[in-house]
Design a protein around this ligand. Structure first.
Ligand code: OOG
Ligand code: NI
Length: 469
């Protein structure tokens, strides 16, 4: 009973971080409380339909964190720590080009990839790496100084890395090592009291507030920890009513009366937090920084590449109409109209048009009635869905959206920073990120597709029929 599996360790890690962050940022606790109240109300109001995209237990415990590291070496190390908790790199996000202001990072997300592991505890961490080598942001001198500064610090102790490697090897750890691992991993993301070099921090801030947050201090910290809600509009209204100023808009898809897809997010502005500085005159004293904020999200159905293309098209139509002055300049209004014009209104239609990912269950009762009209040996999935024999169950989107992520970064920059777009940027992609983290970064579409294929294969075995698409 003293063996702690990676699944248990992950749940403990998520709880440990949540507790620590709640002590550091009391407004986070408010957000968690309001989220829980919203979720209870949704399930009370809508019953089982309210839990269609995740059980109330899963959703209530669900969080994503965001952290930022400074180099490929730090990225590879944090990947080892997360792997100990059964969290693997998924997806590549290039936020340098997703934003107009200066956000010099490329990112991936560490999360469970197996559906059962996601159901047990879906903790995920959006992890960004500073691109110190990108000349659009940093000249040769600053790049060297940054690399020296980051190269000289230790974010993850040898003890933490050794325990992580052991946990990876055995799929978990015995106590008391398990406890020690959770403790060290949690502490690695604690806000530090060590004095921040004021001149150095400000120098980086001139280029990018994100660069200063990453490379201006000697440790890393959680930037935000995000609870999941089942009704983000309700949450937004309740937070405003409590006097907490949220960013102007909910990022991602609009509210509408069809299926929720992908991810909707909103945040409240970064709060001033006391930090200790070493000033230019050599004195050490307090000042404050605004870098950490609160964020909340509502998750919808994962879209196939075709669905994602449609989504991108709808976003660009929304942008165009908004620029032309439609909808009184209110994005959510314009977007809702665009959604109503383009996106199917039902999950069944999304499945039939292969725009979103689903698993399929058999409706035994319907099958008893219609089964004989499908003598086989082949039957198409479309026929089964149309007959109501195969019932599509949505696969939840477990990842992030680059434009929303850039919006989240940007909404909290008080200053645009500076960038020189005449310079050629350094290219990064999923393959480059895999080399950096030292393990294969999964393509999210492959994971969703596999889950869908597995469920079709199980249905096929159950019916004794070959199911074609
Ligand atoms: C990460 C921003 C991205 C999200 O939810 O899209 C993100 C950061 O601010 O470090 O967390
Ligand atoms: Ni986030």
């Amino acid at each position: 009973m003293t063996f702690q599996s990676a699944t248990r360790l992950r749940a403990r890690f998520a709880r440990g971080l949540s507790q620590m962050y709640g002590e550091e940022v009391p407004a986070y606790t408010t957000l968690v409380d309001v989220s829980a109240a919203v979720n209870e109300d949704v399930v009370g109001r809508r019953g089982a339909a309210g839990e269609r995209l995740g059980s109330i237990e899963r959703v209530t415990a669900e969080r994503h964190g965001a952290i930022r590291v400074g180099s490929a070496q730090e990225m590879a190390q944090v990947a080892r720590v997360f792997a100990a908790f059964g969290m693997h790199p998924v997806g590549f996000y290039d936020l340098r080009d997703a934003s107009t202001s200066s956000v010099p990072v490329v990112s991936t997300a560490f999360r469970p990839t197996d559906p059962d592991e996601l159901a047990a505890n879906p903790f995920r961490v959006f992890t960004s790496m500073l691109t110190a080598d990108d000349p659009r942001f940093f000249d040769a001198e600053l790049r060297q100084q940054l690399q020296d500064f980051i190269g000289a610090r230790t974010l993850f102790s040898p003890e933490l890395l050794a325990l992580s490697d052991q946990a990876i090897e055995h799929g978990g750890l015995q106590e008391p090592d398990a406890d020690r691992l959770v403790q060290l991993a949690t502490q690695a993301f604690e806000l530090s009291d060590d004095p921040v070099d004021h001149a150095w921090y400000r120098r980086l801030e001139d280029v990018s507030a994100v660069a200063a947050d990453i490379g201006g201090v000697a440790s890393t910290h959680i930037n935000h920890l995000t609870p999941r809600v089942l009704d983000i509009d309700d949450l937004y209204a309740r937070m405003q009513a409590r006097g907490i100023v949220m960013i102007d808009e909910i990022q991602g898809p609009p509210r509408w009366d069809g299926p929720d897809v992908l991810l909707r997010q909103t945040s409240f502005r970064a709060l001033a937090e006391a930090r200790t500085f070493r000033f230019e005159d050599g004195t050490v004293g307090p000042s404050d920084l605004r870098v950490r904020f609160g964020e909340v999200e509502q998750r919808g159905i994962a879209l196939t590449p075709a669905g994602r293309e449609l989504y991108d098209f709808m976003v660009s139509v929304t942008d165009r109409r908004l620029a032309a002055g439609e909808g009184g300049g209110v994005r959510a209004e314009v977007a809702r109209t665009v959604w109503e014009e383009n996106l199917p209104r039902t999950e069944k239609e999304l499945a039939l048009q292969a725009l979103a990912y689903f698993t399929f269950t058999l409706d035994e009762q319907v099958w008893a009635e219609v089964g004989s009209s499908f003598p086989g040996p082949r039957v198409s999935l479309t026929e089964l869905v149309e007959a109501g024999a195969a019932v599509p169950e949505p696969i939840v989107y477990e990842d992030f959206l680059p434009r929303s992520a850039a919006g989240i970064f940007q909404s909290n920059l008080t200053d645009e920073g500076s960038r020189d777009d005449a310079q050629r940027g350094i290219e990064y992609d999923l393959a480059a990120m895999s080399r950096i983290v030292g393990r294969t970064v999964a393509d999210p579409h492959d994971l969703y597709q596999r889950q869908q294929d597995d469920s079709i294969a199980a249905l096929s075995a159950r019916l004794g029929l070959t199911i074609t698409s």
